[in-house]
Every structure is written in C-alpha cells, then in structure tokens.
Design a protein around this ligand. Structure first.
Ligand SMILES: C[S@@+](CC[C@H](N)C(=O)[O-])C[C@H]1O[C@@H](n2cnc3c(N)ncnc32)[C@H](O)[C@@H]1O
Length: 293
C-alpha cells in the first residue's frame, strides 16, 4: 500500500492499514501517538488537531521507515532507541529489557517507603539492572543515596552507564554474575536491595508475544523450568550477610511463584516481615521484606 499524501491523517490511515494485524487497536493508537511525538514533536492533542497538515517529505520518510520496522514486529522502543520510565528518558537497545510499567510501580513502592522513613543517605543495590531504570530513577529522586547496580551483561551495563549520564546521576556499576559464589566479593552491605530478575520459565515462552520473545534479550527474560525462582532464592540468601539490620528487600515477581518466594523468605528467618503486593492489574507482583533490626 502507498501513502495517499503527506497529510498526517493519511499517514495515520497508512499505519492502521499496515499494522492492524500486528497490534490491537488500542495499542496501535498509543504507538501512533508515540511515533508522532518522537518524529514530529506533536503532543497527543496535536495529533488530532493537526491531522490535516501536510508534513515535510523527510518526516514522512522517517515515519514510513518506522512503520516498516514495526511491521516486522520490532518493538517501537528499540526502533526509536529510547523510552520513558517514571518521567525520565532512557536509551534502550536489544541488549536491555524495555522497562515495564510494573517496574515503575516497584520504584514508586520503594520511594514511598523511603519518604516515610525520611532517610537520606541510604546504600541501595539493584541486582540485574538492565537499562539502569531502577537505580537511576531512585538516585534521581534520592540524590543523597549511594546507589550501586550489577548485571551479568557488559552490553547492558554500557547502556545503563549512558543512561546514568543522560539523567545526570552517579551510579556505581559492576559486572557481576549474581549466581556465582564469588559474587559475594563484589557486594557491600546495603539498606535496601532491589531486583527485577529474569523470571519467565522457558516452558512459559510459548505463551509470550513474538515481539518480546524475538527481540528482547533471552538472558533478561528466561530461567530454567526446574528452578524458576533461582534468582529470588539466591538474593534472599545473600540478604543474610549483605542487607543491613532493619533493611528492606524489594522484588518484582512472577505471580506464578510469588507465594513460593514468600515462603522461602520467611523460612530464611532473616526477616521480621515479608509481604506480597499486587500491581495495578491485580496480579501478585511485588515482594517487600524487612530484615530483623
Ligand atoms: C528482567 S531484566 C530487568 C532489567 C531492569 N532491571 C528492568 O527492570 O527493566 C533482568 C536483568 O538481569 C540480568 N541478569 C541475568 N542473569 C544475571 C546474573 N546471573 N547475574 C546478574 N544479572 C543477571 C539481565 O542481563 C537483565 O538485565
């Protein structure tokens, strides 16, 4: 199909015609708004009020090329090379997971707790940092905190470091495989440990959207079926030595094994309280535990 003219409305019609089998209608409207914001600088209201304007040829070409990539099921964030997380801009590429809205909720949970406690110079560690969205947002909101982050992937750490600079924050990044025994040597002690680790069992892959499965890094998504909670258990074990008395542990969880993780944390005896928390969609998505004082 060809684009009828350089009018924005014709481009929008073109997107609908080309992508109706790739996106749900609501999703497609959100994609179109983001494309117009990125390439044209239009707000969502302007996409409507300026739909009869003629666009210049170079913008039309960029938006056309973007559509070709979207049709191949490449996530929009990877095409644009950026995304928004908790009001901040983050660079993303295929080395890092695209930050999710649930993870914004996790950050919100932590920030609410810390505000309540009114503490300023906390030591915080993020395990499996990916794009760095969690530690960078925390540091941005809590400039007095000392924030560290680790990941197994050097490529991810490079993206995270760029994002720290982009958002004018200083984070101590370290390449560490948290599952290896020697990971202990690169850890300090912390007031808060947070992690959104890989948590999708390989057997769940068949139910996943192709766009996620074929583009986002497998190392960020999948765990072996026989020990799907491996990261949670390892991190809970590490809390014995590396979480300060009275410190907090925060996880983003796979709802399928949320209660197993809770039980494991309770059995460890390290925590005074262990709670599961739902996300906005009503799924059991987060764990918050407070270490004995
Ligand atoms: C689900 S992603 C989360 C990324 C980011 N924190 C977020 O919330 O968007 C999990 C991250 O854990 C990292 N990872 C996987 N295995 C790891 C390991 N053994 N040690 C440390 N990090 C690991 C991956 O590279 C990936 O960046």
């Amino acid at each position: 199909m060809r684009i009828a003219s350089n009018k924005l409305q014709d481009l929008i019609d073109f997107y609908h015609a080309e992508l109706f089998s790739v996106y749900e209608p609501g999703e497609l409207n959100a994609v179109i708004k983001l494309v117009c914001q990125y390439y044209l600088g239009f707000s969502p209201a302007e996409v409507i009020s300026r739909k009869n304007e003629n666009l210049n040829q170079s913008d039309v070409l960029k938006i056309y090329d973007c559509c070709k990539e979207l049709k191949k099921n490449i996530p929009l964030q990877y095409i644009l090379g950026e995304t928004n997380f908790y009001g901040l801009k983050f660079r993303v590429n295929t080395s890092v997971l695209i930050p999710r809205p649930e993870t914004e909720e996790l950050v919100e949970l932590i920030l609410n707790d810390i505000k309540k406690e009114n503490e300023t110079s906390l030591d915080i560690l993020d395990i499996g940092t990916g794009s760095g969205c969690i530690p960078i947002t925390l540091k941005h909101k809590l400039p007095e905190a000392n924030v560290s982050a680790i990941d197994i992937s050097q490529e991810a750490l490079e993206v995270a470091q760029q994002n720290a600079i982009l958002n004018q924050t200083t984070i101590l990044f370290n390449k560490t495989d948290i599952l290896k025994p020697e990971a202990e040597f690169s850890l300090d002690t912390y007031d808060a440990i947070v992690s959104n680790p890989p948590y999708i069992a390989k057997k769940e892959a068949s139910q996943m959207h192709e766009r996620v499965k074929n583009n986002e890094p497998a190392i960020a998504l999948f765990v072996e079926d026989q020990d799907a909670a491996i990261f949670y258990k390892r991190i809970i074990d590490l809390c014995q030595k590396h979480l300060n008395p009275g410190g907090h542990l925060y996880f983003e969880l796979n709802p399928l094994f949320a209660s197993d993780v809770k039980q494991y944390a309770e059995k460890s005896g390290a925590f005074a309280s262990v709670n599961l928390i739902d996300d906005l969609s009503g799924n059991t998505r987060f764990l918050k535990a407070e270490k004995h004082a």
